[in-house]
Design a binder for this molecule. Structure first.
Ligand SMILES: *Cc1c(COP(=O)(O)O)cnc(C)c1O
Length: 324
């Protein structure tokens, strides 16, 4: 399969942005004197934790469903996700008046399961130790004639996710750096394409949990490396490998990949509460924690940060506030 042929182009992000204009929220870009002082840089936080459903995922889901032909759309859509993509597909499907099925790990957070059902999806649970979620979804595609919309390995999903970074550049003008969290790579791939439109010199840096650095290793090796399911509080980035379509874009347009620890994520979560009055989920803290880690010299630079989501269980908020 020729991935370059199906990978979206920078202009696909412009098209997605046009479509999402009155559908997704245009989330705020916030600054923080404390963050600027700590880094001696100018930091711009794109707050997708304030997006519909509390994460950027609505962008890709809404755009991808809009691209289906009417007859295919009517049969509904299926996806696999234990996280924010699940709710995004469920809501976007409901808004289109079509059915949706979400294949979700039975160990997924109860909060996210319930939220997905509330958004209108049928939830099908699977056992991650004995079953493969992609196979479970493929079976539903077969038997129910539904269309699969995977969480990141899909050109329209990538184009949709890129619209958050596009809005950021529209607001700030060109930036020196953009930090983006990395799970399966859809968000960073779309963000990198967005930069090609409005800030082509901007260096794109991916940030992953230290124990789940498959993306970093893949980036350095030039081929996709798969790891066992990593144990990290950054559940949205606990993917085992990058998708081939995002990876083909990452290879061309991403400049570096760094990692942070779970402790750094909890501290970053507390920082967001104290200084920006924002609730950010651990995965959503990755990019900011990468900036604060000092692993990349940023003094005097203009730096964008995608704050990807805010769906976090209250106990985790409590644990970050009780850190000493
Ligand atoms: C899905 C998700 C990510 C990772 O996005 P990918 O496109 O899989 O790299 C990061 N943060 C949040 C909040 C997410 O929901």
């Amino acid at each position: 399969m020729n991935l370059e042929a199906i990978a979206p182009s920078p202009s696909a992000v412009l098209k997605a942005s046009e479509f999402l204009k009155n559908r997704a929220l245009r989330t705020p870009v916030l600054t923080s004197p404390s963050a600027n002082a700590l880094t001696q840089a100018e930091i711009f936080f794109k707050c997708e934790n304030l997006q519909k459903l509390g994460a950027f995922k609505y962008r890709g889901a809404c755009f991808a469903i809009s691209r289906l032909s009417e007859d295919v759309k009517g049969n509904g859509v299926v996806t696999f996700s234990s996280g924010n993509h699940a709710q995004a597909i469920a809501l976007a499907a409901s808004e289109n008046g079509i059915p949706s099925v979400v294949v979700m790990s039975k160990s997924a957070s109860k909060l996210k399961m319930e939220a997905t059902r509330n958004c209108g999806a049928e939830v099908v649970l699977y056992d991650p130790l004995t079953e493969d979620r992609e196979q479970v979804a493929a079976q539903i595609v077969q038997t129910r004639k539904m269309t699969l919309i995977p969480p990141y390995n899909h050109p329209d999903i990538i184009a949709g996710q890129g619209t958050a970074a596009l809005e950021l550049f529209q607001e700030t003008g060109a930036l020196d750096y953009l930090f983006v969290c990395v799970g399966g790579g859809g968000l960073i791939a779309g963000s990198a394409l967005a930069a090609q439109n409005l800030s082509p010199q901007c260096k794109i840096i991916g940030v992953e949990p230290e124990v789940g650095n498959d993306g970093q290793r893949s980036f350095e090796k030039g081929e996709i490396i798969k790891i066992p399911i990593p144990k990290t509080i950054a559940d949205g980035a606990s993917t085992q490998s990058l998708g081939p379509i995002p990876f083909s874009i990452i290879k061309s347009y991403v400049n570096g990949m760094i990692t942070v620890t779970d402790l750094e994520l909890l501290k970053q979560m507390r920082f967001f509460i104290q200084h920006l009055k924002l609730i950010v989920e651990p995965t959503g803290c990755l990019a900011a924690a990468g900036v604060m880690s000092g692993k990349i010299a940023l003094k005097g630079k203009r730096v964008g940060v995608i704050v990807s989501g805010g769906n976090v269980d209250p106990e985790v908020i409590a644990s970050c506030l009780s850190l000493t």
